[in-house]
Design a protein around this ligand. Structure first.
Ligand code: 13P
Ligand code: SF4
Length: 311
């Protein structure tokens, strides 16, 4: 076995650490993690673990969320630069200004936000439960949905509800929208199409409702939703519109099936900042701790707890 992996295995045992990895992590990290999943699953796992040390192989907002839910545990991220372009599209001050313009509105924030933004929010959602959370809000309430405009458009279509939507997007998923979806459908007529709701393409396809909803082999899912779908699908051909790291996990779930990325360039450089070497160093030196100041964590906990309750 690779020496670095051996060291990681020795250190995780010695320190009673749990390694959580997002579905976009490199294959080697997914293979050694205690749990691999989507944002919702990772938050649930962080809340449930009895380990004293959590090493989060994902991006910063995910580690922050884990630290807010488990304030007595030490949460580490192997590279502090692992950020998120989508989370960076709105800060707390911008949100406060937006709220002032819409007094009394309910603020629904995607989990891809900083702790400061969560602290200004009423609900947090992930792509797995955004529709359910919005459905649970009384219909007479105005909703400010942030920061992803494509997920927001998807939630509007699914719930039939109009919301104020922040004009943010993820640079990786937005670009997937440049790929000609109809060409891909024509080239793979028998494939099931799995699309993440952050995709630019998801909302352009939705605007052409006949493509999206009348087309029985196009499905919009969170990353873990894609895994669950593939597990139960009789199909052996899938075209996947999200970050390509998920292909490793999908191939493990169904080794004989073919999985094609809708865009090979859909690579999140932030997710890929986590390597075996910096994971080893993270365990060895207990770096880099992600700790949210108490006053912000206190206020951010309520919307996160609401997110964990509505699954
Ligand atoms: P999921 O919650 O679907 O895993 O998505 C997280 C993310 O960052 C997508 O880009
Ligand atoms: Fe953020 Fe996009 Fe990377 Fe997901 S893929 S972590 S939304 S930058």
């Amino acid at each position: 076995m690779n020496e670095v992996i051996e060291e990681i295995n020795r250190l995780r045992k010695e320190k009673n650490a749990v390694i959580l990895a997002h579905n976009y992590q490199i294959g080697e990290i997914q293979d050694l993690a205690d749990y691999v999943g989507d944002s919702l699953g990772l938050s649930q796992e962080a809340a449930a673990t009895e380990a004293e040390l959590i090493v989060f192989c994902g991006v910063h907002f995910m580690a922050e969320t884990a630290s807010i839910i488990s304030p007595n545990k030490k949460v580490l991220i192997p590279d502090l630069h692992a950020g998120c372009s989508l989370a960076s599209t709105i800060n707390a001050e911008q949100l406060r200004d937006w709220k002032q313009k819409h007094p009394g509105a309910v603020v629904v924030s995607y989990v891809n936000t900083t702790a400061e933004v969560k602290a200004e929010s009423d609900y947090c959602v992930t792509s797995s439960n955004a529709v359910k959370v919005v459905q649970s809000i009384p219909p007479e309430k105005k909703i400010l949905f942030l920061p992803d405009r494509f997920l927001g458009a998807y939630v509007e279509v699914k719930t039939g509800r109009q919301m104020e939507i922040w004009n943010g997007a993820c640079h990786v998923h937005e670009k997937i929208g440049d790929v000609n979806f109809s060409d891909a459908k024509a080239a793979h007529p028998n494939a099931e199409f799995l699309i993440h709701p952050e995709c630019g393409c998801s909302s352009s396809c939705m605007l052409k409702a006949e493509v999206y909803f009348d087309c029985k082999n196009v499905h919009i899912f969170s990353t873990e939703g894609m895994i669950d779908f593939v597990k139960q699908s009789p199909s052996n051909e899938f075209v996947v519109a999200t970050e390509t790291g998920i292909l490793h996990r999908l191939k493990k779930v169904k080794p004989d099936a073919s999985f094609l990325p809708l865009s090979e360039n859909a690579v999140c450089e932030y997710m890929k900042m986590i390597t075996l070497e910096n994971l080893r160093d993270s365990l060895l030196y207990e770096q880099y701790e992600v700790k949210v100041p108490d006053d912000i964590a206190e206020r951010a906990r309520t919307p996160i707890e609401r997110m964990l309750k509505i699954v």
